[in-house]
Design a protein around this ligand. Structure first.
Ligand SMILES: Nc1ncnc2c1ncn2[C@@H]1O[C@H](COP(=O)(O)OP(=O)(O)OP(=O)(O)O)[C@@H](O)[C@H]1O
Ligand SMILES: [Mg+2]
Length: 500
């Protein structure tokens, strides 16, 4: 069967053809075409086309920093800057300064009020940023044009172009703008979620982390103290360490079964690091590690949280001769200067997948800390923690029984147990005013019931059906024996530990 063009293809073609016809007409309409070009040429004067246009492309997330820098730069004394917006007809690729000066293959452009895109420049504020504009500048260097070409429909990058100056002078202007972008970087000191756009570019978003107090992190005291000493202690003794020639850069790996509080602990740690630039990367966004690490270096002191690193352990980067993403990640950790105040926190529940890569690239992670299933004492504390907002009435004996029955569960399981106990109490007729041992026990029976295997697995409790007690029994769960639990011992032996 012969198939013709689909309706949508036909529509696309018609649109392109219309736009071509418009272009042909506008080519004849010289006055309109030259409005912007004329402004630029008149401003630069004769001979402008003998000078090179010097362009620099920047990552799209720099758009807001570029605007911040341009605002500061325009306000510097001895400089006059006139901003002119440029309008391009729909579906046209953006114009370059080179085209404006030479008049080659020019779209029918118009002068207009500058188009702006309002971008976040803080967790609760935004800055209007130029999308496509020519800045006519007059300062000690002479008269020149700085053009900002922001990302748009046909253009997924950000560029700054300079015309009317010698190459050296144009480079100096680029460098000055770069300095200002770094000095005034809006991301410095904030919590930033690093992501990947569908086009593969790096995106940055101001994030928020839920306030997590020390007493809300239920871990054996030596474990939590060790996390704190490594993450926070180095920062506290920064000067003394530097004076003694010791490095500040450090890598901390938190590993252990799902639902035991690796992410939770990380939130507590970064909540304590006010003033640090805190970059959060999870899953596929870990591919952005290169740019993110560069940013962390520029914006130090900084913390990079690399969550669930195992998710990219088996992925390869794009392109020929590509290396595994995990190796890129470890290499990026090593690229930073040793005296940079940089903390890398990695989390995983598949230490076995990570171990070979860490062994092949030693020195990136100085401390690996196992966040294990909660022991009896921790389960008791978790019960107390997550019943704080619940009208729970349990005797000491009730608590002991629950603690015993929940041997082998995760911290998140205990949290869910209390939520279910609360629900059980509300299902009573009439709804109970307090949550009792009876409700907790019913919730526990339900969660431990063999029919709830998937729920249990979602909560991170062992998914080997034979290891689970029959529904309703007073048995206890053995610790999880899934693949996520393999290799921790090995891992512990393979990473270099710093004393203390
Ligand atoms: N040790 C803990 N102390 C207090 N609460 C905890 C603890 N562990 C887990 N929780 C609770 O359970 C939730 C889920 O835990 P979290 O996301 O930190 O697990 P995780 O170890 O990061 O798991 P995964 O390996 O699946 O990423 C937390 O948001 C917190 O409410
Ligand atoms: Mg996690």
């Amino acid at each position: 069967m012969v198939t013709g063009a689909s309706e949508s293809e036909a529509r696309e073609f018609a649109k392109a053809f219309r736009s071509f016809l418009e272009w042909v007409h506008s080519e004849q309409d010289g006055a309109r075409r030259n409005e912007v070009a004329a402004l630029v040429s008149d401003f630069l004067g004769a001979g402008a086309s003998d000078l090179s246009v010097v362009a620099r492309s920047l990552p799209v997330f720099e758009h807001v920093n570029l605007q911040t820098a341009l605002n500061a730069w325009s306000a510097e004394s001895g400089r006059e800057v006139a901003v002119h917006g440029i309008s391009i007809p729909p579906h046209h690729p953006p114009v370059s300064l080179q085209q404006l000066i030479t008049g080659v293959a020019m779209a029918p452009l118009r002068l207009s009020a500058p188009a702006l895109v309002d971008l976040p420049n803080g967790p609760k504020s935004t800055l209007a940023c130029l999308r496509l504009a020519a800045l006519l500048v007059n300062d000690e260097l002479g008269r020149y044009v700085v053009m900002v070409i922001g990302p748009g429909e046909h253009h997924h990058e950000l560029s700054v172009e300079i015309a009317g100056l010698s190459v050296d002078a144009a480079q100096a202007v680029h460098a000055r703008l770069g300095e200002l972008r770094r000095a005034l970087n809006v991301y410095r000191g904030h919590v930033i979620e690093v992501g990947l756009s569908p086009m593969g570019g790096v995106t940055l978003e101001f994030g928020e982390i839920p306030a997590t107090a020390r007493e809300d992190v239920v871990l054996p005291e030596p474990v939590l103290a060790r996390v704190e000493r490594h993450a926070l202690g180095v920062a506290a003794h920064r000067d003394a360490l530097l004076q003694a020639g010791q490095h500040l850069k450090r890598g901390l790996l938190l590993y252990g079964p799902p639902g035991t509080g690796k992410t939770h602990t990380t939130r507590y740690v970064i909540g304590q690091m006010d003033g640090y630039t805190r970059l959060l990367l999870t899953g596929q966004a870990l591919r952005a590690i290169g740019s993110a690490a560069e940013l962390a270096r520029d914006l130090q002191p900084a913390v990079m949280v690399l969550e669930d690193v195992d998710l990219v352990a088996e992925d390869r980067s794009f392109g020929p001769g590509s290396s595994p993403v995990l190796f890129d990640l470890l290499d990026a950790m090593d690229g930073a200067a040793a005296d940079a105040d940089l903390l890398f926190v990695l989390t995983t529940n598949r230490a076995d997948l990570l171990e070979p890569a860490l062994a092949a690239r030693p020195g990136r992670v100085d401390v690996a800390i196992e966040i294990d299933l909660p022991d009896a004492d921790a389960r008791k504390r978790l019960l107390a923690l997550y019943s704080r907002s619940i009208p729970l009435q349990l005797s000491e004996a009730d608590v002991l029984e629950i603690v015993e029955r929940t041997d082998g569960v995760t911290a998140s399981f205990i949290k869910e147990l209390l939520r279910r106990a609360m629900l059980e109490s509300l299902h009573d007729d009439p709804p109970a005013v307090v949550v009792t041992a009876e409700h907790a026990s019913r919730a526990l029976d339900d969660l431990l019931d063999s029919g709830q295997r998937l729920t249990r697995s979602l909560l991170g409790v062992g998914n080997d059906p034979e290891s689970l007690p029959a529904g309703g029994g007073l048995g206890s769960l053995p610790p999880q024996r899934g693949p996520g639990r393999m290799g921790y011992g090995q891992l512990r032996a393979s990473v270099r530990r710093i004393p203390g």
